[in-house]
Design a protein around this ligand. Sequence first.
Ligand code: AP5
Length: 193
Amino acid sequence: MLNLVLFGPPGAGKGTQSEYLIRKYQLVHLSTGDLLRSQIASGTELGLRAKLLMDQGLLVPDEVVIGMIESKLTEHGESAPGFIFDGFPRTVKQAEALDDLLAHHNTGITTMIALVVNEEELIRRLLKRGETSGRPDDRDEATARRRVSVYNNETTPVASYYEQQGKFAAINGIGTIEEIFASICQKIDEAQA
Ligand code: AP5
């Protein structure tokens, strides 16, 4: 199985690149942000509680997102050719839980690929998307900057977690979508060699 963690700050291009990757490698795309937004759209209690945090740019509790990923892995079972984890794990606790869950399915993470983009470019992209996406967490600069700050403080340690396992690759997330996609594919080839 090819199991990728696509990592990077808000606006780095994880969702954009995931769309290309799932087509090329036939992977199942698991985005915790999308799963949470679907809960919000369905008006579930989990969604209502998550929305309060997401609208402020804060993380949803680990147990909630780990539970969502667990049920998705069970749903797809070992028949999937692999998974792309987008926006998950965001804490070391989530990364440890993911390793345990994958071990139960007799598999593990192949590599983490981190998209590196500077803060001003991230804010520019998020505010531009906010003009049309309707995402409440894209609407104002203060919330966008809080999301980047939460990433810097709470999520960056996840990169070291994978680096210690020899499963970390960073690439420049600035450039055309095609150029970045080519760099990601090269890192995947290296990880599988
Ligand atoms: P989530 O939905 O995961 O959002 P995010 O990480 O903030 O990521 P984004 O979707 O904003 O950006 P992206 O990197 O996917 O970039 P995209 O491709 O869209 O999380 C939302 C919230 O849910 C969190 O804040 C948290 O509250 C909660 N949550 C989710 N997962 C959680 C977890 N595991 N634990 C706890 N809480 C969790 O691109 C952005 C824009 O840039 C687009 O407009 C795109 O067109 C453009 N763009 C893309 N590539 C390029 C390029 N190369 N050049 C120019 N523009 C580009």
